[in-house]
Design a protein around this ligand. Structure first.
Ligand SMILES: Cc1cc2nc3c(=O)[nH]c(=O)nc-3n(C[C@H](O)[C@H](O)[C@H](O)COP(=O)(O)OP(=O)(O)OC[C@H]3O[C@@H](n4cnc5c(N)ncnc54)[C@H](O)[C@@H]3O)c2cc1C
Ligand SMILES: NC(=O)c1ccc[n+]([C@@H]2O[C@H](COP(=O)([O-])OP(=O)(O)OC[C@H]3O[C@@H](n4cnc5c(N)ncnc54)[C@H](OP(=O)(O)O)[C@@H]3O)[C@@H](O)[C@H]2O)c1
Length: 443
């Protein structure tokens, strides 16, 4: 008998799990990969920065997995809206949840909800052309922008803000987004860490790229970077500190944009009445390893504040969720207290790690699943259930048609290899499909 597995989410975790199950299983196995969007690859398509084309090429690897016999892509199906966990348990012998971490973490300071205070998740979704965020969601009329957080997402956001639209022309950034980037009035960007340079989360390669920006002068302040104690720390961290120190003595070259990388400052209030006007910060130090305010304050004028302080997962209806860790509780990928339910990726371990981290994580979940799942538990067929509900999923061939339309658009516009289509209607039209009535924010 054939083991039938549903994987929910087609990001790296979902696809690596499909690959691991297919490779590790000694018995026949059929895997359906369900995805709420019409497109596969999760954050590889809607997170990885458009100018990081070599990382984006990982999609080529993921594509080969989706083309493996026995693995099927079913797009436009949202767990919680179109199908429930119980539906999937009726239709499959095992279900693996791989829905990632799509929501921003909150700062918890006054003014966070003012217009002009923006979550990096939304901004990233915008420049990546995510169908949930319209391409007119942002107008870059802010001249001074404060980016809170010193992780790799903050670095991505800063780089996209600092580059010219011309530098991004060869990427897959949607044309409407490129137009708005071309009209950007940004002059000064501050990237702000609440601890020291030796505690920053960004990686050396990504940090160095900021120093090579053709359109922006970068600067750090000697008193914020010089004192960093790097004794016994990793080569990566020592490298970060060295680079940050070297920027404190750089002579500005008069480039159109300025980028200040700041440390030891924690946000205490986003200032403004009708919209963001500034960011009030308190200088910090570490007391017994904890970030502690010194009572010394500084205000940065800012027309926009971008909060890049990490992502978090959301609970899936009918699936256990630990509100403390914001993950699905599990032992080696088996969802705690359930039968036939598994988890992998950011939903399993939280929003950290690069794409490759999800591969070993997925392999663990696949081993756990294959050690205990048995064929025959499924009592229904998803295709029957969907047709009874009048739902036609986006197939892998439909997705290929979307890709072809994107390649064609790039050719017409005289830009790079691909230009993303924005919005579900455009994507569904590209594969000759009519959007469902419910197609909107949630389908
Ligand atoms: C902005 C950003 C940039 C990054 N850049 C890099 C980089 O350059 N290099 C690198 O190595 N790593 C990068 N990462 C990290 C990398 O993207 C993650 O490690 C990886 O994507 C996590 O994989 P995942 O499958 O768990 O989640 P995701 O990639 O988020 O995939 C989850 C999928 O589940 C789908 N989904 C969600 N809810 C439902 C539902 N209810 N029903 C059906 N489907 C659903 C989503 O649409 C999505 O397709 C970046 C992360 C971010 C946030
Ligand atoms: N090119 C790449 O490889 C790439 C690109 C993008 C993302 N990614 C990966 O994706 C994952 C997520 O990245 P991320 O940047 O979202 O998260 P992250 O690496 O966890 O960084 C979050 C940043 O926000 C700060 N922060 C958190 N809460 C804060 C608060 N209340 N006030 C001020 N600052 C606060 C953190 O500081 P503290 O350390 O003090 O908490 C940290 O600097 C990471 O693993 C990252 O490496 C990789």
């Amino acid at each position: 008998m054939t083991l039938r597995v549903a994987i929910v989410g087609s990001g790296p975790a979902g696809i690596y799990t499909a690959e691991a199950l297919s490779k590790q299983s000694g018995e026949p196995i059929e895997i359906d990969v369900l995805e709420r969007l019409p497109t596969p690859y999760g954050l590889v398509r809607y997170g990885v920065a458009p100018d990081h084309t070599s990382i984006k090429s990982i999609a080529g690897y993921l594509r080969r997995v989706l083309e493996t016999p026995g693995i099927r892509f079913l797009g436009g199906l949202e767990l919680g809206a179109d199908v429930s966990a119980d539906d999937l348990l009726a239709c499959y012998d095992a279900v693996v949840y791989c829905t990632g971490a799509m929501v921003d973490r909150h700062l918890g300071v006054p003014g966070e909800d003012l217009p002009g205070s923006v979550a990096a998740t939304d901004f990233v979704n915008w420049y990546c052309g995510h169908p949930d965020v319209p391409s007119d969601a942002f107008t870059l009329d802010a001249e001074e922008i404060a980016v809170i957080g010193v992780g790799n997402v903050a670095v991505d956001v800063v780089r996209i803000l600092a580059k010219t639209a011309d530098e991004l022309r060869g990427t897959d950034v949607p044309e409407e987004v490129l137009d708005r980037l071309a009209a950007s009035r940004v002059r000064r960007i501050h990237m702000i860490g609440r601890r020291g340079p030796e505690h920053a989360k960004f990686t050396l390669k990504e940090l160095r790229e900021l120093g090579e920006l053709a359109n922006a002068d970068i600067r750090t302040l000697p008193h914020e970077v010089e004192a960093a104690d790097v004794e016994g720390l990793s080569r990566q961290i020592r490298g970060n500190v060295e680079v940050l120190r070297s920027w404190s003595t750089r002579i500005p070259a008069g480039r159109p944009r300025a980028l200040d990388v700041r440390f030891w400052l924690r946000p205490v209030e986003i200032l403004g009445t009708a919209r963001v006007e500034g960011l009030r910060l308190e200088r910090t130090r570490l007391v017994e390893g904890r970030v502690t305010g010194t009572g010394e304050f500084e205000t940065i004028p800012a027309d926009m504040v971008l909060r890049s302080v990490g992502y978090r997962s959301v609970a899936l209806p009918g699936v256990p969720f630990d509100a403390g860790t914001m993950t699905v509780p599990n032992v080696a990928g088996k969802v705690t207290g359930t039968d036939r339910q598994y988890v992998s990726g950011w939903l399993k371990r939280g929003p950290t790690g690069v794409i490759g981290t999800n591969k070993s994580d997925a392999a663990e979940t696949a081993r756990t699943l294959l050690a205990e799942a048995v064929p025959g538990a499924a009592i229904a067929k998803l295709d029957d259930l969907l047709s009874a509900r009048g739902i036609t999923p986006v197939t892998y061939d439909d997705w290929l048609a979307i890709e072809t339309a994107e390649t064609e658009l790039a050719r017409t516009l005289g830009r790079g290899e691909r230009v993303k289509l924005v919005g579900r209607p455009a994507m569904l039209a590209a594969c000759g499909r009519v959007p469902r009535d419910t197609a909107g924010a949630s389908s």
